[in-house]
Design a protein around this ligand. Structure first.
Ligand SMILES: [Zn+2]
Length: 556
């Protein structure tokens, strides 16, 4: 039994975050995942507020969860009706969950000016609703909405609402920082006052992040004696979000010594966080504490050489505890150590003596000064390493290219590219048309080299990103192009940079095709093949361009 229990409200409060819309299937998948992770309570939704949430509870029974309890959320009865006539309470009962989270008002301002009722009627609404749910056999967790604002404005009344909830049968009083504006010291002081007034009663915390303090407030509340913690995955939620359980849980467990999850479940936290963001269709925040991709990424040369000697020199925990990993980044801030570490990771088949590492580092710095960036383009960095090997023979060389773009009244854009390439001793000229200049160039390059390397047929471009580096310079700015390519099994990222978007794309395209060939040939000595098919079949278009838009459309 853990000393702190976690109630996840990603499916209810988290779903109220801007840009988040979970389908019913999404909610069921997330619930299953949270159960695997060992979360104690999963708040599935507000059945009285929308039909999708009501359907979730119909389906939740079939989830066969192993340890989590599904909880339905709802409000106290409306003013001046009996609980039995209240549609919201009826929906809560219909959800059929053994536990219900019921929220009520703690703040005089809210009772009088928002609900438009009296302080006395609000106390009856809390008590009647809880008693009604208890009589129907439900356990009740009471969420005291706006508790800290109510306590600051009128502490006696805020306490009276808690007393009403407790007397009616609530098993846990959850103090909510609904507006997210309370400071940790004030919040902890208020929790201590509640503890003194309600000795032995289980207390909870529900914190929002409007002051950037939701995690800090949650931990402060636990230090002040709270044992029930509410939050969401990745901190999703209204406005600035809720307390991020991906930071709360490891802090409780690894820093405060309060076991929450089994160690192997904690080690699945990073994957679960990314799973939830994937389902939410939001990009995971790379800088998220504990679970972000950059949470243990080291870039400065001094840092890298230090963590390679003693990991704890620049890491607050072992990333494996939360299922994350240390990453060493390569950039102009790097030292030789980064290059050597990265070389061993990316190309275990190569020897990279110190001299070569120094040479590659010099090249990285020079290219970064020209707008390249290798942190998001490890494929291009790997090629720098492979090309630095003595005797590297490029599998192909692109000598010249020409791109024409034509737009006439009444017609769409027509783009045509010609390229001149060398493979071994052969010079090849090809031409291709495309729906835009980059697409035409990609097709012409493939047409030239595919007869020699039919395995490139499997390589597809899966993403294409353009970034303008010096926005002040407008159309004369340096442009960086990042390409993600895939052979269906593995993906790799390459980069090109130029003041000309076509040239930047050209460099990134060439790298994306050269890398798989260089890998297949160890040190890069390309096997030359006789052309097997003088007229390669048309290449399928890379996904981003198939939609008919030119890369420019994706500029920031
Ligand atoms: Zn909330």
């Amino acid at each position: 039994m853990s000393q702190v229990e976690i109630l996840d409200t990603t499916l209810r409060d988290g779903a109220q975050g801007e840009g988040i819309s979970f389908s019913l299937e999404d909610k069921l998948r997330i619930a299953r995942r949270l159960d695997d992770l060992g979360i104690h309570y999963i708040e599935g939704g507000w059945p009285g507020s929308n039909p999708k949430d009501a359907r979730f509870f119909e389906r939740a029974g079939s989830l066969a969860l192993r340890q989590a309890t599904i909880v339905a959320f709802g409000s106290t009865r409306r003013a001046d009706v009996s609980p039995a006539e209240d549609a919201n309470l009826a929906a809560l009962l219909a959800a059929g969950t053994p536990v219900v989270t019921l929220f009520g008002k703690s703040w005089q301002l809210h009772v009088e000016r928002v609900l438009g009722t009296t302080l006395g009627e609000n106390l009856r609404m809390i008590a009647d609703s809880i008693r009604y749910l208890r009589a129907a056999g439900r356990r009740v967790i009471y969420d005291a909405e706006h508790f800290f604002d109510g306590f600051a404005a009128n502490p006696d009344y805020a306490f009276e609402t808690l007393r009403a909830a407790l007397a009616a049968g609530a098993e846990c009083l959850v103090l909510c920082d609904t507006n997210g504006g309370t400071l940790p010291s004030r919040l902890a002081a208020a929790v201590s006052r509640v503890r003194a007034a309600f000795p032995g009663v289980p207390l909870g915390i529900h914190a929002h992040n409007d002051g950037g303090l939701a995690v800090a407030n949650t931990l402060a509340a636990v230090e002040a004696g709270v044992t029930h913690v509410q939050g969401t995955f990745n901190g999703y939620g209204e406005r600035c979000g809720n307390a991020d359980l991906c930071a709360v849980i490891p802090n409780l467990q690894l820093k405060m010594g309060l076991p929450v999850l089994a160690p192997e479940q904690l080690a699945a936290l990073t994957e679960a966080a990314h799973f939830v963001s994937e389902v939410a269709n939001l990009r995971p925040n790379p800088h998220a504490p504990y679970v972000g991709r950059s949470a243990f990424a080291h870039k400065g040369g001094v840092h890298v050489s230090a963590v390679l000697k003693a990991a704890e020199s620049y890491q607050h925990i072992d990333p494996a505890l939360v299922g994350n990993e240390r990453r060493v980044l390569v950039s102009e801030l790097s030292g030789k150590g980064n290059i050597l570490h990265k070389a061993a990771e990316l190309c275990p088949d190569l020897d990279t003596p110190t001299e070569q590492a120094r040479e590659v580092l010099r090249e990285v710095k020079e290219l970064e000064a020209r707008g390249y960036q290798f942190e998001g383009a490890e494929g291009s960095f790997e090629l720098l390493l492979r090309r630095s090997q003595p005797g590297y023979q490029p599998p192909f060389e692109l000598l010249d290219f020409l791109v024409l773009v034509e737009k006439r009244r009444g017609t769409g854009i027509i783009a045509e590219a010609t390229v001149k390439a060398r493979v071994g001793d052969e010079i090849i000229h090809t031409a291709a048309v495309g729906n835009g200049p980059v697409n035409a160039l990609d097709r012409a390059i493939r047409k030239a080299i595919l007869p020699f390397y039919p395995e490139l047929d499997r390589v597809q471009l899966v993403d294409y990103k353009v970034r303008i580096l010096d926005e002040e310079a407008a159309t004369a700015a340096q442009t960086r192009v990042l390409i993600e390519a895939s052979d269906g099994e593995h993906n790799w990222n390459t980069v090109g940079s130029s003041t000309n978007i076509i040239e930047a794309s050209f460099h990134a395209l060439v790298d994306s095709l050269e890398l798989p060939l260089a890998r297949a040939n160890g040190n890069g000595r390309a096997r030359l093949r006789a052309p097997t098919d003088p007229v390669p079949r048309a290449q399928s278009l890379p996904e981003p361009e198939r939609a008919g838009s030119e890369p420019g459309a994706r500029q920031p």
